[in-house]
Design a protein around this ligand. Structure first.
Ligand code: NDP
Length: 287
């Protein structure tokens, strides 16, 4: 007798608005296939006024979890049962796990970033110059501090947001953080171990936009990181490579945050190379 076949797939996905350009499905589904899992990752347009219904729907349908992207990362918290300490400290959720109907909100953005950096240098004791004070910067700042960074300088166009983030990091973690305005004179000092662009400057289609940050003062062991996944080789990454510095592109962070989320949902470790290849096939053709 043939084994009875199941036609029921396990469901996860992403809720966002607008969401059509979110490439997560294209990297997660190949990872499911590679692991031999009959799971689906759906890209779902959810308007802000429909978020509560969408979360209740996911719960009712037994979704195993979901990602949240713009504009839902903060608002979704009110519909969840529990937050991880990191999501609580960051104040935003990008990954929800359904444990038998109990919805746990986590934030894998900063953890994905930290994992990418840890592949090339230790974070404990590192001094970071972080550009940006939005959602990505907030997740990165908190996770760097929790991972043992020695100190943070946060540079942002709106300096009041940098000041608020610096205060938040120090209050939450005890790690010293200071704010500076993002102006041409905002130079990382020679002791900087990590320089990170966590703004949207350089994102497609405005790929030639210049952050205006001078890399000349960085020492030879400094690592330059960009969160921009599209295009992966941003102007900042190219400038760092031209100086012979180690450079980490935004695909690494995107893959690692996805791999951490996939493990939370399935209990399995995907192969990051499978996920990265899927994204490269999309982004490396110029978009
Ligand atoms: P937010 O809107 O929350 O923050 C945007 C940040 O960019 C702010 O610090 C803002 O400064 C700054 N900024 C925007 N335009 C300019 C400009 N012209 N000059 C100087 N600074 C500018 O966005 P997110 O933090 O959510 O996302 C930021 C980037 O991170 C996006 O490009 C996104 O694609 C990327 N990202 C990548 C991830 C990955 O896995 N690789 C994961 C998450 C995000 P101000 O406060 O002054 O407005």
């Amino acid at each position: 007798m043939p084994r009875p076949r199941s036609f029921k797939q396990e469901l996860v996905g992403v809720f966002g608005h607008p969401v059509a350009e979110n490439p997560t499905q294209a990297m997660i589904e190949p990872a499911f296939a590679d692991l031999g899992l009959d799971w689906r990752y759906l890209t779902v347009e959810v308007r802000p006024e429909g978020l509560g219904d969408a979360v209740r729907g996911a719960r009712a349908m037994g979704w195993r979890g979901f990602n949240c992207t713009i504009p839902h990362k903060v608002r979704v918290i009110e519909f969840l049962d529990e937050l991880t300490p990191a999501a609580e400290a960051i104040g935003a959720v990008n990954c929800v796990v359904n444990r038998d109907g109990h919805l746990l909100g986590d934030n894998t953005d900063g953890k994905g970033f930290v994992r990418s950096v840890a592949e090339v240098r230790p974070i404990a004791g590192a001094s970071a110059f972080l550009i940006g004070a939005g959602g990505a910067a907030r997740a990165i700042a908190v996770e760097l501090a929790l991972a043992g960074a020695r100190g943070l300088t946060i540079a942002n166009r709106s300096v009041d947001r940098a000041e608020a983030l610096a205060r938040h990091v120090t209050d939450r973690t005890g790690v010293p953080a200071r704010a500076v305005p993002l102006v041409a004179t905002a130079r990382p000092d020679a002791g900087t171990d990590l320089l990170i662009n966590a703004t949207s400057v350089g994102l497609y289609p405005d790929v030639d936009a210049d952050l205006g940050v001078d890399l000349a003062a960085l020492g030879p062991d400094a690592v330059v990181c960009d969160v921009i996944p599209n295009p992966p080789r941003t102007r900042l990454i190219r400038a760092a490579e031209a100086r012979g510095l180690a450079a980490l592109d935004g695909l690494g962070m995107l893959v690692n945050q996805g791999a951490i989320g996939l493990k939370l949902w399935t209990g399995l470790d995907p192969r990051p190379a499978v996920m990265r290849r899927a994204l490269e096939a999309i982004f490396d053709d110029g978009h």
